[in-house]
Design a binder for this molecule. Structure first.
Ligand SMILES: Cc1cc2nc3c(=O)[nH]c(=O)nc-3n(C[C@H](O)[C@H](O)[C@H](O)COP(=O)(O)OP(=O)(O)OC[C@H]3O[C@@H](n4cnc5c(N)ncnc54)[C@H](O)[C@@H]3O)c2cc1C
Length: 264
C-alpha cells in the first residue's frame, strides 16, 4: 500500500495569536507539526505496519516546513515532499486544496490520503474534503476508527465520530480521510527515526513541477482574502474573594450572590 499524510507546520498550540498591523501573528512562537496531524501520521503508520508498503508525508509551505516533514519521518514515514513557492502565503483553503490534489495526482498509486481534522492556525477544516473533491475520490471526515481496509477489493470501512453519535461507513479506495483525536495515541519519534530523519532528503516541488502555474494565477484572483482581522475585545472581570468562618457560610454567600446576579 502506498499511503500519504498531509501535514501543516503550525504554531505550537500554547502560542497566543494576536493582530499586528491588521495581520494575524503568533510572534516568535515555536513551530510544530499541527497537533491534529499527529493522529493522521500515526494512523497511516499503523496501516503500513498492517499491510506493508510505504507512507509519504507532504506539506505545502515555506522552506522551514521541512522541519515538520522531518518529525513525521522520525515517527516512521518513508519519504517527505515539500511544495514550496513564495506566492503560497496568500493561498486560501480552495487553492491550497487544488495544489495538494494536483501533487497527489502526480504520485504513484496512492490509496489513502490521511489528514488531521483541522489546522490549529487557519482552522477552516476545509482542505481534506476539498482535496477529495478535487481528486474525485471518496471522502470521509471525522474518522475515529479505521475498521477495515480491503486492499484487494479496494474497499475501506470506518467509523465517523459525530456530535450525535457514531456512524459506520464504507466506500471505495482510493479515499481521503480526516481523522479525530479519538482514533489513536500517536507514537513519539524513535531515536533511530530521528537519526534517519536527520539524513533524509526531502523532495521539493514547485508549481511548475505540478504544471499548475497558470491555473493558480487565474484562480487566485477570485480567491478569499482576509481583509481585516480583529481581536476579540478582552472582557474586564472583577474578582471578589469570599471569606467566612467555615465552608458552609462561604457556600451560602456564593449562592446568595449567584441568585442576586440571576445566574441561578
Ligand atoms: C498569515 C496567514 C495569512 C492567511 N491569509 C489568508 C487569507 O487571506 N485568506 C484565506 O482564506 N486564508 C488565509 N490564510 C489561511 C491559509 O490559507 C489556510 O491556512 C489554508 O488555506 C489551509 O486551511 P486551514 O489552515 O484552515 O487547514 P484545515 O482545512 O483546517 O486543515 C485540515 C487538514 O489539512 C491540512 N493542511 C492544511 N494546509 C495544508 C498545507 N499547506 N499543506 C499540507 N496540509 C495542509 C492540515 O494539516 C490538516 O490536516 C492565512 C493563513 C496565515 C497563516
Amino acid at each position: 500500500m502506498h499511503n500519504l499524510v498531509c501535514i501543516k507546520h503550525t504554531p505550537d498550540s500554547a502560542a497566543t495569536m494576536f493582530v499586528e498591523n491588521g495581520l494575524v501573528s503568533w510572534g516568535d512562537a515555536p513551530m510544530v507539526v499541527n497537533p491534529w496531524d499527529e493522529y493522521a501520521i500515526e494512523e497511516a503508520l499503523r496501516a503500513k505496519d498492517k499491510f506493508g508498503g510505504s507512507v509519504t508525508v507532504l506539506t505545502m509551505g515555506p522552506e522551514s516546513s521541512k522541519e515538520a516533514l522531518k518529525t513525521a519521518i522520525a515517527m516512521g514515514c518513508d519519504h517527505g515532499i515539500l511544495i514550496s513557492e513564495e506566492s503560497m502565503e496568500s493561498y486560501d483553503a480552495r487553492i491550497t486544496s487544488l495544489v495538494i490534489a494536483r501533487a497527489i495526482e502526480k504520485l504513484d498509486n496512492v490509496q489513502i490520503v490521511f489528514f488531521g481534522k483541522q489546522a490549529i492556525d487557519g482552522d477552516t477544516g476545509l482542505v481534506p474534503m476539498s482535496v477529495a473533491h478535487g481528486l474525485g475520490w471518496t471522502g470521509f471526515s471525522y474518522v475515529a476508527e479505521l475498521s477495515g481496509i480491503d486492499v484487494e477489493n479496494a474497499h475501506i470501512s470506518l467509523v465517523r465520530l459525530l456530535e450525535e453519535g457514531k456512524q459506520s461507513c464504507s466506500g471505495k479506495l482510493p479515499a481521503v480521510i480526516s481523522v479525530v483525536k479519538e482514533i489513536n495515541e500517536p507514537r513519539y519519534p524513535s531515536f533511530v527515526g530521528i537519526r534517519k530523519a536527520s539524513k533524509a532528503e526531502v523532495e521539493v516541488l514547485t508549481l511548475d513541477d505540478l504544471e499548475l502555474d497558470d491555473k493558480i494565477t487565474s484562480d487566485n484572483n477570485g480567491s478569499l482574502t482576509w481583509s481585516e482581522i480583529q481581536e476579540i475585545p478582552r472582557k474586564s472581570t472583577d474578582a471578589e474573594l469570599l471569606d467566612g468562618p467555615n465552608m458552609n457560610s462561604i457556600a451560602a454567600q456564593l449562592v446568595e450572590k449567584l441568585v442576586e446576579d440571576k445566574v441561578i
